[in-house]
Design a binder for this molecule. Structure first.
Ligand code: DUC
Ligand code: ZN
Ligand code: ZN
Length: 487
């Protein structure tokens, strides 16, 4: 009888803090030993010449979810999770999205019904809160936070999802009191509408004007306002999908003041620019997402933010709408920029792009790469140390990377249900050969090795509930008393 179920042998292990040569022993889905000559196993995976990294956590992706205008994503939990796994991920955190009028319990149940039978890797849900009624704020949200749905996204734009500043304060206060992370889509809705109206009236309707209407000032103004609202109630806040340099600067300023403000960016802001929206005909629609990619200098500012303390997380914001009438052209074949479905795919390419252009080109250390793509998300969203690291006792969630594997990205090699990738033709070096989730080999030999539905729902911890807040209506303390030690 063997000592272990699996040993991953001969690889270079990297975590967010260390890089070392070690074999990894796995039993019952957990890492149980690290070192050399650690025993025998039923299965030995040779990782000689490979980098063995914690499986990626894609902490912002839209899967089997209706958009604000009720367009269904092209990926369900099967294709979405398979695609994620082939890109080196072992955990995804998509959304259980509330549309106005819905109660949160129904929304969470629907997300479970959709994910449970299909996901091939582990998953948790963020909530989307678009209708913070008295019942949502007073009953549903507190209960769900305490059950482990300890993060939720709110929108400052999109007519059907946005909440106003007063509602934002309500939501932030509940998050602070019960221990949740509020994620915010920060764009000023009035600025976008004001600009859009003038552009459309002037006949400027092409996809590239999406980027003009979603001006970077709309993003930076809303980001600063969101930070101030969070300051007012002393709540944690994570600004998602940041593309504007001034928004990034606002996050860094807040962090430098010791505020519990966090930042996320995405590959589209590191590898695309607004010029991509100006491709032939309607091709620019493939690059319409909100906020949009900015100019070259903006792209550089976002790269800088990966290493200067601005961003803790890189997520894909995978929002797969096909280049056809089911997705981008849901409103008709020749829509104005205002009617093109917002969002681009990227769940499978997030880590290979960043590995190649970040680690491969010397812009990121391998440890920074691990932190940005896995460890920090695990910490921020209440999954660490079970997820996001390679340590005795952690889940055996591993991506075994071949750092020399050269691939040219094309839609045909990806496993999502899309008909395009915005990164078509890009050459990358480095891709995971084997992906292991809770000790199960999910991807090996370029093939999926598991059944649909084999992933597990992850209950999370509430994030630092503030026990110092009395339950009566006493004035809130203006003092920061939690959060700064999270990372
Ligand atoms: N913007 C979002 O806020 N969500 C999905 C896609 C997008 O572009
Ligand atoms: Zn968003
Ligand atoms: Zn999103």
């Amino acid at each position: 009888m063997s000592d272990f179920d699996t040993i991953v042998k001969g690889g270079t292990v990297a975590t967010a803090s260390d890089t070392f040569q070690s074999d990894i022993a796995i039993r019952d889905g957990r890492v149980v030993a690290l070192g050399h000559d650690i025993g025998s196993a039923d299965q030995v995976i040779d990782a000689t010449g490979m980098m063995v990294l914690p499986g990626g956590i894609d902490a912002h992706c839209h899967i089997e979810q209706e958009s604000s205008t009720l367009i269904m994503t092209a990926d369900d939990y099967y294709s979405g999770s398979v695609s994620a796994a082939f890109g080196g991920n072992t955990t995804i955190i998509p959304f259980a999205a509330q549309h106005k009028g819905q109660n949160l319990r129904d929304v969470v149940k629907l997300a479970h019904d959709r994910a449970g039978p299909k996901s091939v890797i582990d998953y948790a849900f963020h909530l989307i809160v678009s209708d913070p009624t008295e019942n949502v704020l007073g009953q549903e949200l507190p209960a769900l936070i305490m059950e482990g749905y300890s993060s939720f996204k709110v929108y400052m734009t999109y007519e059907m999802l946005k909440i106003d500043d007063r509602q934002m304060l309500d939501v932030l206060s509940v998050a602070r009191k019960y221990g949740a992370m509020t994620m915010v889509h920060a764009e000023n809705n009035d600025v976008i509408n004001w600009l859009s109206e003038r552009l459309l009236n002037g006949g400027y309707v092409a996809p590239k004007f999406h980027a003009v209407s979603h001006n970077s000032i709309a993003e930076s103004e809303a980001s600063r306002r969101a930070i101030d609202l969070a300051r007012l109630v002393d709540a944690k806040l994570l600004i998602v999908h940041v593309s504007a340099p001034e928004a990034a600067q606002a996050i860094l300023n807040a962090r430098n003041q010791g505020l519990p403000i966090y930042g996320e960016t995405c590959p589209q802001y590191l590898f695309l620019t607004a010029e991509d929206l100006d491709r032939n005909g309607m091709e620019g629609a493939k690059f319409c997402c909100s906020p949009p990619p900015r100019d070259q200098a903006g792209q550089e500012a976002i790269w800088l933010g990966l290493t200067n303390g601005t961003f803790q997380v890189i997520s894909s914001d995978h929002a797969p709408y096909r280049y056809d009438e089911t997705g981008k052209f849901n409103a008709g074949p020749n829509p104005t920029f205002k009617k093109i479905a917002n969002g681009i795919p990227g769940i499978e390419t997030r880590m290979p792009l960043l590995f190649s252009e970040g680690v491969g080109k010397g812009r990121l250390s391998i440890n920074e790469f691990v932190a940005l793509t896995s460890t920090n998300a695990a910490k921020i969203y209440g999954l660490h140390p079970r997820k996001g690291t390679i340590a005795v006792g952690s889940d055996a969630d591993l991506a075994i990377w071949d750092p020399t594997w050269k691939r040219t990205i094309s839609e045909t090699m990806l496993h999502d249900n899309m008909d395009y990738t915005p990164y078509e033709g890009m050459e990358v070096t480095g891709w995971p050969r084997t992906v292991i989730s809770q000790g199960r080999v999910v991807v090996m030999d370029e093939k999926l090795q598991v059944e649909r539905g084999s992933g597990e729902f992850l209950e999370r911890q509430p994030i630092d509930p503030d026990t110092s807040i009395p339950t009566d209506n006493s004035p809130l303390s203006p003092k920061h008393n939690f959060g700064a030690d999270l990372l």
